[in-house]
Design a protein around this ligand. Structure first.
Ligand code: DAH
Length: 349
């Protein structure tokens, strides 16, 4: 014969499977868990009563309580994991797992900007300032102040993009070079002057493998009381070794620019073959790479900006940024810089 509390426990066990199965949410399982197994449950009460039972009944009731606890626990756990799985698959239904993962890719400076930064850093190391000037420029700064007469071919509309704005006599144009900042800077600063000017320049050119109508230059200007041509050569040699490698040599080839006298073009020895490979992919066998125009500032330029050519001398140079990046990285087509193809740009991140 079973004790009354055992009867209660048996009823509870009999009803449990249906009640647990009917639970439709995890919270209902939690509630059933504390009702059937918690401190105030019938099971707990029966367990508590064991101490008051006869020695004969104790083991039997004890075992029944243990078995009931195991049965109820496994019923509850079974339904709980079922409900958890249902919930998980419900939330999966709302996520399209076939969608492409959305990733924010880390960007990088464009190779042109990286090159400009590197060039400027080298000159900052020599004590130069960095300045920028206007891209829409007056004919005076782009040409006249730079000793370039109205008859000079570069002033023709076939070479220069003139703007239909401002007074016609101002000849507002898109600067064809960064050199006008030489004049602007000297107008505003007393010598000594040591400045580099990076920026965009514009020319009426058709795009091909080595020309863009918009490209970049870095201008340099040094004016002081005893600047000589050797200072120019030494400065550019230092720059070339920093930028291309410690073994590079430079040479200056006579050239003409209106605003420097004498003028030269700067070549750097080919950092790939050093002149030993007739079919070198970088220099084409020449052994030298053309890098910049340069020269000693023409006295007429000093006069145009109000400097006394009797007391100061100086040198200037202008280099093409695209060209330097192409030479340095073996890039064979200038169009890569404007195509914005991430397969190209990503190589310089
Ligand atoms: N502005 C010239 C050009 O675009 C380059 C240049 C040559 C700059 C000689 C200079 C210089 O400062 O001295 O072709």
């Amino acid at each position: 014969m079973s004790s009354p509390s055992m009867e209660q426990l048996e009823q509870l066990l009999a009803a449990a499977p249906a009640r647990v199965a009917a639970a439709a949410a995890i919270e209902e399982i939690d509630a059933l868990d504390s009702e059937l197994l918690g401190k105030n449950s019938t099971l707990a009460q029966v367990q508590k009563s064991i101490g008051t039972l006869d020695a004969v009944d104790k083991p039997r009731v004890g075992q029944a309580v243990q078995a009931a606890r195991a049965t109820l626990s496994s019923l509850l756990e079974g339904r709980r994991s079922q409900l958890e799985m249902e919930e998980a698959s419900r939330s999966l239904d709302t996520v399209d797992v076939t969608l492409e993962k959305y990733e924010i890719r880390r960007g990088a400076l464009h190779l042109i900007q990286q090159t400009i930064d590197e060039v400027c850093d080298i000159f900052i190391g020599l004590g130069y300032s960095v300045a920028e000037g206007p891209e829409a420029e007056l004919g005076w700064y782009n040409f006249d102040a730079l000793n370039t007469p109205v008859t000079h071919p570069s002033r023709a509309e076939s070479d220069t993009l003139f703007l239909e704005a401002g007074k016609p006599e101002d000849e507002l144009l898109l600067r064809t070079q960064t050199s006008p900042m030489q004049a602007r800077w000297m107008e505003l600063h007393e010598p000594p002057v040591y400045v580099v000017v990076p920026g965009k320049v514009y020319r009426a050119d058709t795009i091909d493998a080595s020309h863009l109508p918009v490209f970049h230059q870095v201008e340099g200007l040094a004016v002081d009381s005893h600047i000589t041509f050797s200072d120019l050569k030494g400065t550019l040699a230092h720059f070339a070794r920093e930028f291309f490698g410690p073994q590079e040599r430079v040479r200056l080839r006579p050239h003409f620019f209106p605003f420097t006298e004498p003028s030269a073009e700067l070549d750097v020895s080919c950092f790939v073959c050093d002149g030993h490979d007739n079919s070198c992919r970088v220099c084409g066998g020449a052994g030298w790479l053309e890098m910049a125009g340069c020269g000693m500032v023409d006295p007429n330029v000093f006069e145009a900006v109000g400097y006394d050519p009797g007391t100061v001398t100086g040198f200037a140079f202008g280099m093409g940024v695209e060209r330097m990046a192409m030479v340095r990285h073996g890039i064979n087509n200038i169009r890569h810089f404007i195509d914005n193809d991430l397969r190209f740009l990503g190589q310089f991140g």
